[in-house]
Write a protein that binds this ligand. Structure first.
Ligand code: 5RP
Length: 291
């Protein structure tokens, strides 16, 4: 039992100084629960306000994708440079060292492959997400697809889990082959995710009007990289997205399919966290190539 006698008398009450009400640095999440904010603040760097998420969940749809054949060899060495990893529970348990200490955005829906695409997905059990100490639940949402209603329902269920367990929901907008990735579509898909309870949304960059997509989405947006581009172009894509208001990237192929993945993730970090221009970031990439 604490000593009743001999304690130093309490006297630092800060009289005259208002207790800080503590605003939160990520838009649309000011009213979220402490656990949600705490996990978001692990994913997003509170200093820059941005994040570099490393996505390697492609295998759940695409099988042994180029660069992901041996995730133990290609991905594990990249983890120290990421702010957050995004993967399936299968990849996590089989290759990611528990000591890595990185926040996890857990791929939280399943049921599609490249043979059928954007399918009638189901959600994974929340108990597993809790056991894995997930920092975000990431269900796929296929706005405009045959399974639109089911995937939006999945997102809504995730938002229920967020309310119950304090684990943020990351809405992942999947765009069917028949749909165009323009500002109109992306604006609709991201807004639908936010309105249904996503704490942040992953989508694609578009050349025309991306700043409107970001402005009309009441929670932060991170962009996927998409298909492999020349490194300079991928850095430009990241730069334009950040300049238009995106709060980071959730990038896969443009990192792990690069000739120098460590150089690429460091170059992307410079853009996302330090405001490096594409040319400066490309020099960072090249410096790793030479080394
Ligand atoms: C795959 C995904 C990926 O996480 C997403 O597309 C990001 O990766 P990339 O930068 O390679 O597009 O959702 O199902």
């Amino acid at each position: 039992m604490a000593d009743m006698e001999g304690n130093i008398e309490a006297k630092d009450y800060g009289i005259g100084t208002e207790q800080s009400s503590g605003s939160f640095f990520l838009k649309g999440n000011e009213s979220a629960d402490w656990g949600v904010k705490n996990r978001l603040a692990r994913i997003f760097n509170p200093k820059s306000g941005n994040t570099v998420m490393l996505a390697f969940d492609h295998g759940y749809i695409m099988g042994p994708t180029s660069g992901l054949e041996r995730m133990d060899l290609s991905i594990v060495p990249l983890i120290p440079y990421a702010d957050c990893i995004m993967c399936t529970r299968g990849a996590l348990r089989s290759v990611v060292p528990p000591e890595s200490g990185k926040p996890l955005a857990l791929r939280f829906s399943a049921g599609s492959t490249i043979l059928t695409e954007l399918n009638n997905e189901c959600l994974i059990g929340i108990e597993d997400a809790v056991k894995l100490d997930a920092s975000a639940l990431a269900p796929m949402v296929a706005v405009g697809g045959t399974f639109e209603a089911k995937t939006i329902e999945n997102l809504a269920r995730c938002a229920d889990f967020t309310s119950r367990y304090g684990i943020p929901t990351l809405g992942v907008t999947a765009v069917g082959k028949e749909l165009v990735r323009d500002a109109r579509y992306l604006g609709l898909a991201t807004r639908v995710c936010a309105e249904n309870g996503a704490n942040f949304v992953k989508t694609y960059y578009c050349e025309e009007g991306f700043e409107k997509v970001v402005a009309a989405c009441p929670v932060p947006i991170v962009i996927a990289g998409g298909k492999k581009l020349p490194e300079r172009d991928a850095l430009e894509l990241a730069y334009k997205a950040i300049s238009s208001g995106a709060r980071g990237v959730d990038m896969g192929r443009n990192i792990f399919q690069s000739e120098c993945p460590v150089g690429m993730i460091n170059a992307v970090r410079a853009v996302v966290h330090d405001g490096a221009k594409p040319e400066q970031a490309f020099e960072i990439y090249r410096s790793f190539l030479k080394a």
